[in-house]
Design a protein around this ligand. Structure first.
Ligand SMILES: [Cu+2]
Length: 282
């Protein structure tokens, strides 16, 4: 056994000498023997790990830890979450199990990527879990045929800020245990209630929302916008480019003038297109 190993080492050393040409004279000193030993050690390590890493997505350098889909309780019902408790969404633009969310969309709505298979956690039917191949070759977890996504606006477990968003051309919904969309609106958001306070000329941005979501003002009114969120936003008219605050930094307040022409003006944040509001001038 021992002599066998030696023989292999010697052969390996000889081969290295051939390959290296320089620095190998005759029967090989200590240094070339060491080189040979390490070469043998390396050769004995199976190449499987390297192969499986390259099979995964190259854009996600983090180790492919276990991806787990579970059911959890939330204010809008029982919903699917990942192993960190972050809410998972389906995208109604996906008509098959193949994702139609690429580029900027996938930046804002990171696909749930897995190497191998996802684990079915509590309350989840394992037979509904599968994967589909994205255009970059990575595997996206699907549930009941819906590719699953996280939302970059959800910073903590339990947040559902992406619910009912219409970003990137279709609606986003949380999923129930059966893998069907849950269209219950987020409880904290009551956009229609605010219209009662007409004449209000203050808009606050917090948690990726304009508050109130709808505001009625008189023509040419001055409106102040305060950004109480943790990131920069804009308040930009979609209707007729009627107004645009530009970037509003964290903690900043800006003022803009309402259009003189009566009408309903929809606006958005150009950085986070899912953030929408309405300004009614009358
Ligand atoms: Cu924004």
């Amino acid at each position: 056994m021992k002599s066998n190993t030696r023989a292999v080492t010697a052969v390996a050393a000889a081969m290295l000498c051939v390959a290296a040409v320089a620095g190998c004279s005759g029967s090989g000193g200590e240094s070339s023997a060491r080189v040979a030993d390490s070469a043998v050690e390396e050769a004995s390590v199976p190449e499987a790990p390297a192969a499986s890493v390259s099979a995964g997505t190259s854009s996600t350098p983090s180790a492919p830890s276990a991806v787990k889909v579970s059911l959890t309780s939330s204010p809008i019902g029982k919903i699917l979450v990942n192993e960190k408790g972050h809410t998972l969404y389906l995208f109604e633009k996906d008509k098959t199990n193949k994702s139609s969310c690429e580029g900027e969309c996938a930046d804002d709505w990171p696909p749930l990527i897995v190497t191998g298979t996802a684990v079915a956690g509590k309350g989840v039917n394992p037979s509904l879990l599968s994967t589909s191949v994205r255009t970059d070759g990575s595997q996206q977890v699907t549930y009941h045929g819906h590719p699953l996504y996280l939302f970059e606006g959800d910073k903590k477990a339990g947040e559902t800020k992406g619910q009912a968003s219409t970003a990137f051309g279709a609606k986003w919904f949380v999923l129930d245990a059966a893998g069907n969309r849950n269209t219950v609106p987020v409880a904290s958001a009551s956009p229609s209630a605010s219209s009662s306070s007409s004449g209000q000329t203050k808009i606050t941005i917090n948690n990726f929302k304009f508050m109130p979501a709808s505001i009625t003002v008189s023509p040419g009114a001055k409106i102040t916008v305060t950004n109480k969120d943790t990131t920069t936003h804009t308040l930009t008219a979609i209707t007729g480019k009627a107004f645009n605050t530009g970037d509003i930094g964290v903690g900043k307040t800006v003022t803009f003038t309402a259009p003189k022409k009566a009408g309903t003006y929809k606006y958005m944040c150009t950085i986070h297109p899912f953030m929408k509001g309405t300004l009614i001038v009358k």
